[in-house]
Design a protein around this ligand. Sequence first.
Ligand code: PBG
Length: 330
Amino acid sequence: MSFPATRLRRLRRTGALRALTRETRLSPESLIYPLFVDAAAQQPTPIASMPGQYRHPVGTLPALARDIVDRGIGSVMLFGLPLEKDEVGTGAYDADGVVQRAVQEIKSAQPELIVITDTCLDEYTSHGHCGVIVNGDVDNDATLELLARTAVSQAAAGADMVAPSDMMDGRVGAIRCALDESGFAALPIMSYAAKYASAFYGPFRDAADCAPQFGDRRSYQMDPANRREALREVELDLAEGADIIMVKPALPYLDIIADVHRAFSVPVAAYNVSGEYAMIKAAAQQGWLDERATILEILTAIARAGAQMILTYHALEAAEWVEHSDARPS
Ligand code: PBG
């Protein structure tokens, strides 16, 4: 049946009809708010390249966690800035490390808030790479043991989930094995499975002070030109025991999110990264974009592609907007 019998505009005529037929809805509990916890900070310190985001001291986390819960946001993802860095990222698996202390504070203040920890070494290494350096490159197998130790120490601190973001081969299996041996068989792993070597991480590296001191991350993160390889990464991580699969970045990689969602019956997360956030903030500050409408459109598009949870620095503001259906893209 075609025109004039078929008129797609019939269901677009009013806000109520559009709401009735809307295919994608956002909810605060599917947002994951990434937080930077800084062992050296005395008070929340603004991050210049990410307006509205801060490096938080451990002490102010309980109040922040309460605000997050009040807004209906279901989870946070923690990144740590240690007091000291070294060649092997000791701060990452220190029982008294900044993330371990942050987890304890948040969980005792807000037990129902899901606390996910980024499991990686780059914020803790003096060279800024995600693993141990041998002969000028990141050594895969030597890094696995340190990642496993990091995950176990985060679990011991009370984390609800660990999220390896290093892109070493075999890390999910190594972490799964170590968690199981340490009595954490019930702890899920969210794997940054398809993580691309992206320029969109620039502001994060300022925020977390983890820019590589030499070279780049292209020998371990994925080539942005590759699509089919993402499915291999996901397949391997699932075989090693990953529970949730992440695609990162989000907006320039909607095709990858859609492919993963179609190919595997597992929960898919997408990371709306620091550079995606900074672009919107910068344009909005200039008055060049309607900030609220743009953010809602972006988050809706990421969800529409197939992400059922979204890590986003917009979480605090977006949680309020998505609560009201009239604030959804109309
Ligand atoms: C590595 C890590 C990075 C991000 C999350 N985890 C940086 C990188 O791989 O260079 C980037 C997140 C963002 O840009 O918002 N631990």
